[in-house]
Design a protein around this ligand. Structure first.
Ligand SMILES: Cc1ncc(COP(=O)(O)O)c(C=O)c1O
Length: 387
């Protein structure tokens, strides 16, 4: 069997008559028919072939095939953004009256889907904080468990094996947002997850160029997700698929470097006197260290720190940064510093943020691929200058 490093480079759509070496972009909204009968047969799915890019596109197919391979899925569909992917993975499979269990520490927009949007269609969600609460909160209407591990931005971990077993026992769909880990570090389907969703905008793109998302998983579930997506249209642009399929050729290499830089930064910051705490799954002192070692190959590219002195100090720290970029994205070659409470998680109430540890002093660092000495220098000087 070929290794994933090989397949993420070598899976390629059939070459055109030009025998291009690199992946071509099929930047077209539709595909021509040979004649009237051919058009009818294509739409009747009696013959193989593409018709319209909302339904299928060769460049997108290549990207999706690689994601299916990397995540050990049976099928997949690529979306215009991570949120489009996550929303489709829920909306396609649930109906009015259904109930979801979700880990509480999830991305702000996912939280908004559960609290502000799904209730409009009669779908309710219970948020879970501790492992022993999952089973207790399953009701006759519970259909799906949704989790994000590691979580954005607090780097909380959820035990994939435990929840896979529980989902199987209680006949629930386990849907995992694997954005922070990427399939290089963690493959939820191997533990028994049914669906895996991603914001490909992050590490999978890796250079902050495109928005995108993907859902991969069981064939029977993906049939519903595909039907939903084909009819409602949150489809990815073939151009973005092309960027992403090229990005996957270097994902393994990039993740190794993101992770070694992040671990080095976390270890250095652990001793910094200006910090309340440093969170990184592969730090021996981290509460999730044992679980991280069990289900992740490396600790990921994100380090979360909490500065002493709350919002005022956090603002001074952010304003003292010289090398890193101040922006709300993550997973880029360039190191990024974000203050989640005022940006990515600003739509949550202060109480909701406190429940998941997003204090006013919390800073998310997406550790890039620059020299680790330069990254450490920048963070340390900003901490020193924010006193
Ligand atoms: C864990 C996680 N899931 C989903 C998303 C949403 O992705 P997108 O911005 O591509 O819609 C993000 C974005 O930050 C994220 O961090």
């Amino acid at each position: 069997m070929k290794k994933f490093e090989t397949d993420s480079i070598r899976i390629q759509t059939e070459k055109s008559q030009f025998r291009e070496h690199s992946t071509p972009i099929y930047l077209t909204s539709s595909f021509a028919f040979d004649n009237a009968e051919h058009g009818r047969a294509l739409f009747a799915e009696e013959v193989e072939g593409k018709t319209y890019s909302r339904l299928a596109n060769p460049t997108t197919d290549e990207f999706t095939a690689k994601m299916i391979m990397l995540e050990n899925g049976e099928d997949g569909y690529a979306f215009s953004s991570g949120m489009a992917a996550i929303f489709a993975s829920i909306a396609a499979l649930l109906k009015s009256g259904d109930h979801i269990l979700s880990s509480r520490a999830i991305f702000g927009s996912s939280y908004q889907i559960f609290t502000a949007l799904l209730p409009k269609w009669g779908i309710s969600t219970t948020f879970i904080d501790k492992e022993d609460e999952w089973e207790k909160n399953i009701t006759d209407n519970t259909k799906m468990i949704f989790i994000e591990t590691p979580s954005n931005p607090g780097l909380e971990l959820i035990d994939l094996e435990f929840l896979s077993n529980l989902s199987k026992k209680r006949n629930l769909i386990l849907n995992v947002d694997n954005t922070f880990a990427t399939p290089i570090l963690q493959q939820p389907i191997k533990f028994g997850a049914d669906l895996v969703s991603h914001s490909t905008t992050k590490f999978i793109d890796g250079q902050g160029r495109t928005l995108g998302g993907v859902v991969v998983g069981k064939k029977t579930l993906m049939e519903e997700v595909r039907l939903f997506a084909k009819q409602t249209g949150p489809t990815i642009s073939p151009f973005n698929s092309w960027v992403l399929t090229k990005s996957l050729e270097t994902l393994g290499l990039r993740m190794e470097k993101h992770c070694s830089n992040a671990l080095a930064l976390a270890e250095k910051l652990e001793k910094n006197i200006h910090l309340e705490k440093v969170k990184y799954p592969f730090l021996k002192s981290d509460a999730n260290y044992k679980l991280a070692k069990k289900q992740m190959n490396l600790g990921g590219g994100i380090v979360s720190i909490e500065v002493k002195g709350g919002l005022e100090r956090a603002n001074k720290f952010v304003d003292s940064i010289k090398l890193a970029t101040l922006t709300a994205n993550l997973g880029d070659t360039r190191t990024i510093v974000t203050h989640p409470a005022s940006t990515t998680h600003s739509k949550l109430t202060e109480e909701e943020r406190q429940q998941v540890g997003i204090t006013q002093g919390l800073i998310r660092i997406s550790v890039g691929l620059e020299s680790i000495e330069d990254i450490i220098y920048d963070i340390e000087q900003a901490l020193e200058n924010s006193k």
